[in-house]
Design a protein around this ligand. Structure first.
Ligand SMILES: Cc1cc2nc3c(=O)[nH]c(=O)nc-3n(C[C@H](O)[C@H](O)[C@H](O)COP(=O)(O)OP(=O)(O)OC[C@H]3O[C@@H](n4cnc5c(N)ncnc54)[C@H](O)[C@@H]3O)c2cc1C
Length: 400
């Protein structure tokens, strides 16, 4: 873990850039598959990552497959419900397999899993630019301060998250700006421990076009934040202050608690848009490929999933002696299969812009067990939020 630059090899099978959820998941499967994998990150692990820290069922499934779910749950705060709260204060508690764990700890566990599987992790090591020969990516220039090295590889997997610099250096960014932004802080309030025990998600006109959240961590600590999914300029600090004023539980939490660190914001790239996914020798995965859901901002589970899809495409190609084009076509087809779901989340983003829709949907949820079951299905991905906003969805909302 965190090997120094002077131990960097000259060549490997796969170089994975970024040791967040997407990169570590890809590295784990690739190393398990017997390939020589180098994983690099610009930060020494464990490192902080601005996030709500909420793990929903897709993340649980991926962590099980990566073999680290027990280790994660030994440190996480388990949560049994998401509490959805509308502008008029209508509340529906939706059951689900959920948890909260700081990204500092979560990403460290998953990255260590990749190293146990056989990947070599180098940090701090910054990806500068790809090495190219006749239009094919054949390696990378990597730097630690002023010291620069080159590493040749058969495949470069770019899992560099929502910050676009690495994408741009590879000529893969179709859009530089983010598709959303979010802000969060950690607040300690021991008196509220156990009183807020669900993943609370709150819609309100004062927070539109986004939503606010309170996610309970362990030991009376809460992750409190606001997020918006729009390319427009939005003052998140104003929305954050509005959230902690208009939502009574947030007001009480803040009044009786103290902040553990300054609030921090970060960009999001959503809806599988904003980047090219492949070019010869290169696959883009995780949030760099836009793998975070619009509407909810959930992206940890989908980053694991797309990272594993990239690894499977490479392993399949390696096993079958397929050429570069076949591997890229396979990976692009895997992402295309996920696209309809991302598009429906994009549509569901209407609720953030028009919070009265949350009043309507949650009011129906308080009256219909079947509507509540569908909401639970959104959490575990057996049903889809965007379908609530089709004509058929509205019809079913009032008839079931
Ligand atoms: C405020 C906020 C709240 C959120 N809340 C939630 C939530 O509660 N639940 C949820 O599921 N999702 C949430 N998300 C989304 C989630 O954080 C992302 O979907 C997820 O982190 C994407 O994983 P990734 O591996 O693709 O990228 P990242 O986690 O961003 O990892 C990318 C890694 O690449 C490294 N890197 C970048 N550039 C370079 C370079 N040039 N050289 C070397 N290394 C590099 C970075 O240091 C980083 O470690 C939230 C996002 C934000 C901003």
């Amino acid at each position: 873990m965190n090997l120094p630059i002077d131990q960097l090899p000259a060549i490997c099978d796969v170089l994975v850039v970024g040791a967040g959820p997407a990169g570590s998941a890809a590295a784990t499967l690739l190393a398990r598959g017997g390939l020589d994998v180098v994983l690099v990150d610009q930060h020494v692990f464990p490192r902080d990552k601005v996030c709500g820290d909420g793990l929903i069922p897709d993340a649980h499934r991926a962590l099980r497959r990566l073999g680290v779910l027990d280790e994660v749950m030994a440190q996480a705060q388990p949560v049994t419900h998401a509490g959805l709260i509308s502008p008029r204060g209508i509340r529906v508690d939706v059951p689900g397999t959920l948890a909260v764990l700081s990204r500092r700890n979560l990403d460290d566990i998953v990255c260590r899993g990749a190293v146990r599987a056989g990947a070599r992790m180098f940090a701090p090591l910054r990806f500068v630019a790809p090495l190219e020969e006749a239009g094919v990516v054949v390696g990378a220039r990597l730097a630690h301060g002023e010291v620069e090295r080159t590493l040749r590889c058969r495949w470069l997997v770019l899992a560099s998250g929502a910050v676009p610099q690495a994408l741009m250096a590879c000529g893969m960014a179709l859009r530089q700006g983010p598709s959303g932004v979010a802000l969060r802080g950690y607040l300690k309030n021991e008196a509220m421990q156990g009183r807020i025990d669900k993943l609370e998600v709150v819609w309100h006109r004062a927070v539109a076009p986004g939503y606010g959240w309170i996610f309970p961590c362990r030991d009376g600590v809460f992750n409190v934040g606001v997020g918006v999914f729009t390319g427009r300029d939005v003052n998140l600090r104003v929305l954050f202050d509005a959230f902690t004023r208009v939502y009574p539980a947030a007001r009480e939490l803040v009044a009786g608690g103290h902040w553990l660190a300054p609030l921090k914001g970060a960009p999001l790239r959503t809806s599988l848009t904003g980047a090219r996914f492949t070019r010869p020798g290169l696959l883009v995965t995780g949030e760099a490929a836009g793998s975070t859901y619009a509407f909810t901002g959930e992206g940890i589970g989908k980053a694991y999933e797309t990272g594993m899809q990239a690894a499977e495409a490479v392993l399949q190609g390696h096993a079958c002696g397929e050429n570069d084009a076949a591997v890229r076509a396979d990976y692009e087809a895997r992402l295309a299969a996920l696209q309809p779901r991302f598009s429906l989340y994009e549509r569901a983003n209407w609720v953030n812009r028009h919070p009265w829709l949350a009043d309507l949907v949650l009011w129906r949820g308080t009256r219909s067990e079947r509507v509540r079951r569908r909401m639970s299905g959104v959490l575990d991905e057996s049903s889809n939020p965007g379908q609530l906003l089709t004509a058929k969805g509205f019809y079913r909302l009032f008839t079931e």
